[in-house]
Design a protein around this ligand. Structure first.
Ligand code: IPE
Ligand code: IPE
Ligand code: MG
Length: 242
């Protein structure tokens, strides 16, 4: 979709995925505890949802907590879980006001029970909203997601729902957490790291990658527009020739 933004005509990606990195360094620079960075990062999420919607992005998927992030200190993990608790509850009213549908991807197993309940409540309360579709990856790992999909497919084969010959790329996609959304057009990673850290390995196969040194709590509308500008300079070939 083309949109004029401050006098500039830009092709807006349908689905933007973001690895929100740099909360810890943002806090460290200010001699504050890491969890202050995470709280500030949560504000950047709200802001980015509004900005994405205003720019005409239809799907936004953010990496909030990986299956590997449990390796951090108990203090940090507890702090992050408490931020989720607050976010999941506070989001209901705001999401409904902004017509935003919120879905959580990742493994529910291993999350505290009350968080799973809050996720279910938020998803249920916003399921009929037709504006931005916002996906939050919590306890998400791409390899874990593929492993869960393989198990589900193997179970269905065992139950004769389909046979091995019926397994196609489309069938695999349909068993991932992202089964009902298109693949990301653009991946953004903040804080200068140049890796994907187990985020959406299947879905990012043909996405454009944009890396910025901006730390996640500082990510604003101009930064998002800059990423879209970069996306506009790329020529997507999908394996063909132009
Ligand atoms: C990203 O920020 C948020 C999570 C992974 C939960 P970090 O906490 O990884 O911040 P840095 O990379 O240490 O600066
Ligand atoms: C990736 O960031 C996970 C999230 C943003 C939630 P990390 O900070 O955990 O990734 P690494 O450890 O630098 O690869
Ligand atoms: Mg990090």
């Amino acid at each position: 979709m083309e949109r004029e933004i401050n006098g500039e005509l830009l092709n807006i990606p349908t689905h933007v995925a973001i690895i929100m990195d740099g909360n810890g360094r943002w806090a460290k620079k200010r001699l504050m505890p890491r969890n202050v960075g995470h709280a500030e990062g949560a504000k950047a999420i709200e802001r980015t949802c509004r900005n994405a919607d205003e720019l005409g992005i239809k799907y936004l998927t953010v990496y909030a907590f990986s299956t590997e992030n449990w390796k951090r200190s108990v203090e940090e993990v507890t702090g992050i879980m408490n931020i989720f608790r607050k976010y999941l509850v506070d989001s209901i009213e705001r999401s409904n006001r902004e017509n935003m549908r919120v879905c959580v991807i990742g493994k529910r197993d291993g999350l505290p029970d009350d968080i799973v309940e809050k996720i279910n409540n938020l998803e249920e309360a916003t399921k009929n909203n037709t504006g931005l579709r916002f996906n939050v990856a919590i306890n998400y790992g791409g390899r874990d997601e593929i492993t869960r999909a393989v198990k589900a497919i193997a179970d269905k084969c065992n139950n004769n729902e389909f046979s091995v010959e019926d397994i196609t790329e489309e069938l695999i996609s349909n068993h991932l957490d992202t089964w009902d959304i298109p693949d990301p057009d653009l991946l953004i990673r903040t804080s200068g790291e140049l890796r994907t850290s187990n985020f959406l390995p299947w879905q990012l196969a043909y996405s454009e990658f944009y890396f910025t040194d901006i730390l996640w709590p500082d990510f604003d509308k101009d930064a998002l527009i800059e990423a879209i500008r970069y996306y506009n300079k790329r020529e997507r070939r999908f394996g063909g020739v132009r």
